[in-house]
Design a binder for this molecule. Structure first.
Ligand code: HEM
Length: 209
């Protein structure tokens, strides 16, 4: 399985799978089937896919550790970039189609509507992650510093869930589901860290034998 995950074809398949929601959207637009409120439909559609890809990206580390297949890591960059792609489309549709590229209107929204403030923060934090996602940037920054910067994805994911939670009016089932998934994914990391620290502590403790 690790070999399949490492294959370049897996990346090609993942690339096409990641593009499929965008293709679906283009197809619906072509058929003029974007409901009575296309702007709202596209905003929701792209927001949903941004959040899904953030969760897929965060699932990679637990999957790698649970299965012991290091090759999962090779898929993480593409999943993260797809989160950024759908997040950017989401912002572009909102700013371009909903707000008609009115910068002062967008700024007013960011200042006045808390869910937009949080969403914008989440998107802005993804920008340095997307820029520094290449192997060249890992080399330039050094792996430790690069890894530290990329922890920002946790803040983005929390911001994404809070943004969703705050914008829904009554039915909180879906944002709640994402909050539970995110808690499991982040909680799992914390538990793994505590376990690794305890193990290291045991190894350092002087033997009584
Ligand atoms: C990490 C970044 C972001 C994520 C993960 C995200 C995610 C989402 C999700 C999941 C929804 C609801 C979709 C649904 O109801 O099916 C949504 C809606 C929305 N988002 Fe975002 N979003 C992000 C950033 C932004 C930004 C930067 C803006 C604008 C500046 C924005 C504006 C909106 C608006 C206007 C809605 C629709 C609100 C409504 O219908 O009442 N989002 N977003």
């Amino acid at each position: 399985m690790n070999r399949i995950l490492s294959s370049k074809w897996t990346k090609v398949v993942l690339f096409l799978l990641g593009l499929a929601p965008f293709g679906g959207l283009v197809w619906l637009a072509y058929k003029q089937d974007l409901t009575a409120n296309p702007i709202e439909y596209i905003t929701h559609y792209t927001g949903d896919w941004c959040l899904r890809f953030l969760m897929f990206t965060l699932a990679i580390t637990p999957l790698r550790m649970l299965t012991n297949w290091p090759a999962w890591t090779k898929l993480r960059r593409m999943l993260g970039l797809y989160a950024f792609f759908y997040g950017s489309l989401h912002l572009l549709v909102y700013f371009g189609l909903d707000r008609q590229f009115d910068l002062s209107g967008l700024w007013e929204d960011i200042a006045k509507r808390l869910y937009i403030t949080v969403g914008m923060t989440g998107w802005l934090l993804m920008v340095p992650l997307a820029i520094t996602s290449t192997a060249g940037w890992v080399r330039r920054m050094g792996f430790k510093r690069w890894q530290k910067l990329h922890k920002l994805i946790y803040v983005t994911a929390v911001a994404g869930v809070v943004h969703y939670w705050w914008l829904v009016k009554s039915d909180i089932r879906l944002p709640l589901m994402y909050a539970v998934i995110l808690t499991v994914l982040l909680g799992w990391r914390i538990a793994a860290k505590i376990k690794a620290k305890a193990k290291a502590g045991h190894a350092k403790a002087p033997s009584l034998a």
